[in-house]
Ligand binder design. Structure first.
Ligand code: SF4
Length: 247
């Protein structure tokens, strides 16, 4: 899984459709050869163009002289002599260019979006594998610690107060919410599993993520949105079973 390559293929496929709609004859991006190790290597640039069906139609003015001439250059629509040959990870040439053009407001170079986070990618993969990859779950995948309780059920445990509030805002009908009965602690959501066994396993994992994890027994409240709370006493899960379930 290489999110930036997949993402760009998707973007350029979509851009190609827009070309047909708007009558544009080529595309332009700010990509630079070698700027990003995974998605802007020569082979990755070529692969992206090929898979998106935009071979020869994608002009990368900042780095064009490092690449084969594109259709607009060959047809004389764009003068290749005026294009640049920037390559590599340094952003200094781009910044110097921005200065020359009087452009002062631009985002600082960053490591990539959430899709490039290995933890998030792992959770996306798991969701795809279990047929849970949809818009509702996507928001949930970016919050908290995730645990696979069964084929169709995942538990999400908030890591701090901020995440607890986000989790609460993502509750949908059918989700089961967990909170410690007698102490402050994380909010957790079980999505996709409501059997008594899954509830006990989930409550044990939720109880593990508190400072009372060594207690023999903890009381945990659980409820579905709009319904009455039920209280159960569980032994906090053991570390190995928590790690085993961790997505
Ligand atoms: S950083 Fe995110 S938005 Fe940018 S190309 Fe990669 S996956 Fe796509």
């Amino acid at each position: 899984m290489n999110p930036c390559i997949d993402c760009k293929i998707y973007m350029f496929k979509h851009a190609k459709e827009l070309m047909a709609e708007t009558g544009a004859s080529f595309l332009v991006t700010g990509e630079v050869l070698g700027e990003r190790p995974m998605s802007q290597r020569m082979d990755a640039l070529n692969l992206i163009e090929k898979r998106a069906g935009v071979k020869g139609l994608l002009l990368r003015p900042l780095t064009a002289k490092n690449l084969e001439p594109t259709k607009p250059e060959l047809e004389g629509i764009v003068d290749r002599k005026k294009l640049l040959d920037i390559r590599g990870r340094s952003r200094k040439p781009q910044m110097a260019l921005a200065k020359e053009f009087g452009i002062t407001e631009y985002p600082s170079p960053a490591g990539g979006c959430l899709l490039t986070d290995p933890g998030f990618a792992k959770r996306v993969k798991d969701a795809i594998k279990h047929g849970e990859f949809n818009a509702e779950n996507l928001a949930l995948l970016s919050v908290g610690r995730h645990f696979r309780i069964s084929e169709g059920a995942r538990l999400v445990v908030g890591r701090d107060e901020g995440e607890n509030s986000v989790l609460e805002s993502l509750i949908k009908p059918g989700d089961i919410i967990f909170e410690l009965t007698d102490h402050e602690g994380p909010s957790s959501i079980l999505r996709g599993g409501a059997s008594e066994n899954f509830i006990r396993i989930a409550a044990g994992i939720a109880a593990y993520h508190t400072k009372f994890r060594l207690d023999e027994s903890l009381r945990v409240d659980y409820w579905k949105s709009g319904e009455q709370r039920t209280t159960i006493a569980v032994k906090p899960a053991e570390q190995f079973s928590v790690e085993e379930a961790r997505i």
